[in-house]
Write a protein that binds this ligand. Structure first.
Ligand SMILES: Cc1cc2nc3c(=O)[nH]c(=O)nc-3n(C[C@H](O)[C@H](O)[C@H](O)COP(=O)(O)OP(=O)(O)OC[C@H]3O[C@@H](n4cnc5c(N)ncnc54)[C@H](O)[C@@H]3O)c2cc1C
Length: 583
């Protein structure tokens, strides 16, 4: 089955920028990654501009339940954390990135505590640590029982408020970044010689800023252009690409899509984590769905089918605490065999008092929807949860485009490989945002990130004559989500990915006049562009590994597929896919 050829435009159609601003560094996004980066940078560069799509605390960070993983216990070690991470990543983790994560992680978590984050503590005053899937030690620090992300977000935003009057930092809410501005971008966006690097990395023109749409007042209103020596994308995940996800509505992959269009290298996009235990609210339920954290299984809850048989027993040595991809696949197999759309999580034996104390948010959320974890079996099914791939970065968070950095869920540092280990994502955001905040000032001092001359007439993203791409009307969002879920979702095949690719190509070729530029349209078009790239990588990978499950290739194939795939939009706007063999 052949898939149609994909063409990704250089920029989204948008009104010409009506205003300009500038800073040394622009940080896009206010989750753990963006806030950490901006707070650290403001101590080291003259001016930081932090922009965020809606309000500061909207994003996946505030939804994180289980906690943050770090080898904090005296009997634990970074080496053991490294080992568990590598196992979960099924052969595709970059070892040096994982080493950075696990060795710097404990220090970064302690700094978060010093900043004001209050983690749950035991009677001796030590941070309480629990266990989640794939971890062989208790190493998950949590806050407010199951409200870890909310506490981390609160602490970081309080720290930001303490410096908000500092002229060195400007914060703009309701500011949606549309595209990246590149220096010397000619019609193809790849600089004068239009080269794609030998390794397919794409040697695109340097990034010098962003175009953004601000719902504001005074000078900053409507579409504008912001210039900087460096841009840090910390825009989070792409969960809204599927019909059901644990991610909040802002997770439309905007930063990833803008980087893709600008010619940045993207890696591991096919590895999507579907969380095994998301409350099942019925077939027609779409958008963000309530998550039942892995920590509930960590405390002893287990999965059963409708007849009460335990699903995970005998499937993995860690049973209900096996890595997420293993548990999700077991649930999907059970659902297929028993022709049902959900299984059950049994937490009843933990008792109301314990559940209410340890998981107050989850219990409240379930009860508000008519399920009591203390007395009812909870219907659960896998739903999209985490994007393991994203904008390719090196160990300092640098992307393949000069001047462009990425951290947090929108980035791909190589830490997660084919499957993220539970609670490693908050830690990744923390560690790599800090690395970026060291790298940028050092490079400014070394003259490697020159000051940007702000043009008097702000440029269009994509350069003059770029012919901005057609937009997809927001009324098509569900069509994109359905195509992605049925063909590029938790279970894929040659046939299903080809069918999704055709559906998406059809949407991409709809007449441009049907859609008006605006936030909802830009988000929907971002979902389309990322869906096309993700589907192409999923179509090619003929094996099952981590978050990529192929019904027609159900086994892992190390002889052929111990490789990481990257994709770059080439000068002719087609997708160039390259492979890198793992040692
Ligand atoms: C329900 C749930 C539970 C989770 N539990 C855990 C857990 O227990 N432990 C763990 O480690 N991880 C967990 N995760 C994953 C983790 O929360 C995320 O991976 C992590 O918070 C991502 O942080 P981030 O800073 O990269 O992105 P986010 O926190 O998602 O922030 C992204 C930011 O970018 C902004 N943004 C997006 N697009 C634009 C744009 N175009 N212009 C401007 N701004 C933009 C958003 O508004 C937001 O401010 C969970 C995720 C969910 C959804």
């Amino acid at each position: 089955m052949t898939a149609p050829e994909v063409r990704i435009p250089r920029a989204l159609a948008a009104p010409a920028p009506g205003w300009t601003t500038s800073a040394d560094v622009i940080v896009v996004g206010s989750g753990i990654a963006g806030l950490t980066c901006a707070l650290r940078l403001r101590e080291r560069v003259d001016r930081v501009l932090l922009v965020t799509k809606t309000v500061l605390d909207e994003g996946s960070t505030a939804w994180a339940q289980g906690g943050i993983a770090a080898a904090l216990h005296p009997e634990d070690s970074p080496e053991e954390h490294l080992e568990d991470t590598l196992v979960a990543g099924v052969g595709l983790c970059e070892r040096d990135a994982v080493e950075a994560l696990v060795t710097e992680g404990p220090k970064r978590v302690r700094e978060l505590v010093a900043l004001g984050a209050e983690f749950d503590r035991d009677a001796e005053g030590e941070i309480k640590l629990t266990r989640e899937g794939g971890h062989h030690r208790d190493r998950i620090a949590h806050a407010g029982g199951d409200a870890t992300g909310r506490e981390i977000s609160r602490a970081l935003i309080s720290a930001l408020h303490r410096v908000i009057d500092d002229p060195g930092i400007e914060v703009v809410e309701h500011a949606l970044v549309v595209d990246l501005l590149q220096d010397g971008a000619d019609d193809d966006g790849f600089g004068d010689d239009g080269r794609v690097g030998e390794d397919g990395s794409g040697e695109g023109a340097p990034v010098v800023g962003v175009t953004l749409h601000v719902i504001g007042e005074g000078q900053l209103d409507g579409v504008g252009a912001a210039y900087a020596r460096a841009v840090v994308l910390a825009t989070g995940g792409l969960g809204q690409i599927y019909t059901s996800t644990t991610n909040p509505p802002v997770a439309t992959g905007d930063g990833m899509a803008a980087a893709l269009r600008a010619g940045a290298r993207m890696t591991d996009l096919e590895f999507i984590q579907f969380h095994p235990t998301v409350l099942f609210l019925g077939e027609g339920s779409t958008g963000q769905q309530p998550l039942i954290s892995e920590a509930v299984r960590g405390e002893g809850a287990f999965l059963v089918d409708a007849a009460g048989h335990r699903i995970m027993e005998g499937r993995h040595e860690l049973a209900d605490l096996a890595p997420r991809d293993v548990v999700a696949r077991a649930i999907l197999e059970t659902m297929r065999e028993q022709r049902t759309d959900h299984v059950f999580l049994d937490a009843r034996h933990l008792g109301a008092a314990f559940l209410e104390e340890r998981f107050p948010s989850i219990v409240a959320s379930c009860r508000s929807l008519g399920f009591d974890p203390a007395t009812d079996l909870l219907p659960v099914a896998p739903a999209q949860h985490y994007a393991s791939g994203g904008i390719t970065t090196d160990l300092m968070g640098r992307s393949s485009l000069p001047g462009l950095y990425a951290c947090g869920e929108c980035s791909c540092t190589g830490v997660h490989g084919a499957n993220r280990l539970a609670s490693n994502s908050l830690l990744e955001g923390l560690v790599f945002a800090s690395r970026i905040a060291s790298d940028i000032p050092a490079r400014i001092a070394a003259g490697e990130l020159p000051e940007i001359a702000v043009p008097t007439t702000p440029a269009h993203a994509g350069g003059e004559g770029a012919g901005p791409g057609a937009l997809l009307d927001s009324s098509q969002r569900l069509t994109v989500q359905r195509a992605m879920t049925s063909g590029s979702g938790p279970v894929r095949s040659a046939e299903s990915t080809a069918s999704t690719a055709r559906d998406l190509a059809e949407l991409a070729s709809l007449p441009p006049s049907t859609a008006e530029p605006g936030p909802k349209t830009w988000e929907t078009t971002n979902l389309l562009h990322l869906g096309q790239a993700l589907t192409e990588l999923g179509r090619r990978r003929e094996e099952t590994r981590g978050g990529h499950v192929r019904s027609d290739f159900p086994e892992r194939d190390d002889a052929r597929w111990l490789v990481r795939q990257s994709v770059v939009v080439a000068p002719d706007r087609s997708l160039t896919v390259t492979e890198r063999s793992m040692p």
